[in-house]
Design a protein around this ligand. Structure first.
Ligand SMILES: Cc1cc2nc3c(=O)[nH]c(=O)nc-3n(C[C@H](O)[C@H](O)[C@H](O)COP(=O)(O)OP(=O)(O)OC[C@H]3O[C@@H](n4cnc5c(N)ncnc54)[C@H](O)[C@@H]3O)c2cc1C
Length: 74
């Protein structure tokens, strides 16, 4: 059976920009779909993020997890 789903917003990319957009969209209760090849984007390639406000020092993987945890489910 085919189920039709309508989205308010479709975001391409699961890097910092896409994940931040998704979090804000969900806070506004937009039905949001993220299409991505990975979760985290380029920051997954580094062990140390050194210039992100609010974080003294964190790995790219560690930086990517909080946005996911804070996004309410669709
Ligand atoms: C080794 C390394 C270390 C870094 N260190 C720092 C640092 O310390 N501090 C800092 O501020 N910045 C750092 N950066 C830069 C930072 O990673 C980027 O500025 C940031 O990731 C850009 O975010 P973005 O969401 O715009 O794009 P990206 O992170 O590039 O995300 C793009 C997303 O799009 C997805 N995508 C691509 N093509 C498709 C497709 N065809 N279909 C679906 N999805 C697709 C990818 O899977 C990915 O999820 C570093 C980058 C690297 C590589």
């Amino acid at each position: 059976m085919v189920r039709l789903v309508l989205y308010d917003l479709i975001i391409v990319g699961g890097g910092p920009a896409g994940l931040a957009a998704a979090v804000y969209a969900r806070k506004r209760l937009l039905n949001t779909l993220v299409l991505t090849l990975d979760i985290g984007g380029q920051v997954l390639q580094t062990e140390k993020i050194d210039n992100y406000p609010g974080y003294l020092e964190k790995s790219g993987m560690g930086l990517s997890a909080p946005p996911l945890a804070s996004a309410p489910p669709s």
